[in-house]
Design a protein around this ligand. Structure first.
Ligand code: CTP
Ligand code: MG
Length: 214
């Protein structure tokens, strides 16, 4: 299991890196680790923000390997994958620290699909009507029926992931690297609660969800 937590969270506009921003008294990363804790993995690697390795190590506890992430998400994944030192037909599961509400059940379904098909991602059908907009003007409407929002976890057979990462390309998710190589990627429907905390409003939503749980 690779958790990428090294981003600064520029769009969140908070002084601390996003994974360490507290929600209901605990860092986002802690909630994410909790969410995944019922799932059994052979090992765990966390890509931490620069200079925050000790902090992340304390949150993750023993048994997790914590490394410093890179300047981009792809670079953080590359470093973590290298640190995992796993190849062959082992399954590598990659998850964004910024998605604390994914469930263990969803994660298990994605892992199963990756075992069967080699590559699988969590995703949600987009509920809104999607407009193409240029200069404040609507220039078209997408056919929503085929549009899904990609989420994480994304899970891959290690040898395929190694091949995809070798391209050296940058992408906002790993599945895009697979697509570029023409490797089929299986989609597992996940709840919209697998959303990524990105903006200050998302943080309010996350707080509401956690308060509602208690
Ligand atoms: N991530 C990472 N290393 C980076 C950039 C991103 O490990 N250099 C991680 C983030 O910590 C996050 C996930 O990738 O868990 C998804 O990225 P995103 O939501 O874009 O996070 P940030 O890049 O931190 O946010 P922003 O783009 O607003 O700066
Ligand atoms: Mg980013």
């Amino acid at each position: 299991m690779i958790i990428v937590a090294a981003g600064s969270g520029a769009r969140l506009k908070r002084p601390e890196p996003k994974a360490l921003v507290p929600v209901c008294g605990r860092p986002i990363l802690s909630w994410t680790l909790d969410a995944l804790s019922p799932v059994t993995f052979g090992g765990k690697v966390i890509a931490a923000p620069p200079g925050r390795i000790d902090e992340v190590r304390k949150l993750a506890g023993a048994g997790a390997k914590v490394i410093e992430g890179g300047a981009t998400r792809s670079e953080s994944v590359r470093r973590a994958f290298q640190a995992a030192g796993v190849g062959g037909d082992n399954i590598i599961c990659i998850h964004d620290a910024a998605r604390p509400f994914v469930t263990a059940g969803e994660t298990a379904a994605i892992l199963l699909a990756a075992e069967e098909f080699g590559a699988a991602i969590g995703a949600t059908p987009v509920p809104d009507t999607m407009k193409n907009v240029r200069d404040g003007q609507v220039v078209g409407t997408l056919d929503r029926s085929g549009i899904w929002a990609a989420a994480t976890p994304q899970a891959f057979r290690a040898e395929l992931l190694a091949h995809a990462l070798d391209s050296g390309d940058e992408a906002t998710d790993e599945a895009a690297l697979f697509e570029a190589l023409g490797i089929p990627v299986r989609v597992v429907a996940v709840s919209r609660l697998a959303f990524k905390i990105t903006t200050p409003e998302d943080l309010q939503v996350a707080e509401g969800i956690l308060r509602n749980r208690k």
